[in-house]
Design a protein around this ligand. Structure first.
Ligand code: S3P
Length: 172
């Protein structure tokens, strides 16, 4: 991220429940930029929900679609981009994100993530076993990769406005 943030997309990465979509939308509003959500773009392109894509086509197809969608989004003019929790784990996508965007890891602790993911029943990965254990394992597995983001911002339990403000502060 050698260039000033004004000229770059801000891409939010982190686990399910980190607040990427909510924080991303509000950050985009504050910056007067467009907002994109990779999960939503995949659903639009497929005409299916994320759960249905996993159920009907499997994770590998979902990951291919995710990669394609991110490739396209990353060529658009500067915007705020919320990515699905697994997007940054793909080497090629991560390289593209690092090239075209300032990446921000929304780092939340396990209990905060767990509290938030229980509000919505739309994460197929959490149905592969004991949901809290899956989340625990994903956090341990992915933390070393997420931590390669340009900026790390804590996403604490409580109002997302705090996280939005922390990002704005970290960008300046
Ligand atoms: C995934 C996270 C989800 C969605 C899919 C897979 C992951 O996005 O892309 O269920 O691998 O962590 P959110 O992080 O927006 O929930």
């Amino acid at each position: 991220a050698a260039l000033p943030f004004e000229s770059r997309t801000i891409a939010l990465v982190g686990l399910m429940g980190a607040g990427k979509s909510t924080v991303g939308r509000r950050l985009a509003e504050k910056l007067g930029r467009p907002f994109f959500d990779s999960d939503t773009e995949i659903e639009k392109a497929a005409g299916l929900s994320i759960s249905d894509i996993f159920a009907l086509h499997g994770e590998a197809d979902f990951r291919r679609g995710e990669q394609q969608v991110l490739k396209r989004l990353l060529t658009l003019p500067p915007h705020v981009l919320a990515t699905g929790g697994g997007a940054y784990l793909n080497d090629e996508t991560r390289a593209l994100m690092r090239e075209h965007a300032i990446t921000v890891w929304l780092n939340a602790d396990l209990e905060t993530l767990w509290k938030r993911v229980q509000k919505r029943d739309s994460r197929p990965l959490l149905k592969r076993g004991n949901a809290k254990q899956v989340l625990t394992d994903l956090l341990a597995e992915r933390e070393p990769v997420y931590s390669q983001a340009d900026l790390v911002v804590r996403s604490k339990d409580g109002p997302h406005t705090n996280t939005v403000n922390a990002i704005l502060k970290a960008l300046k």
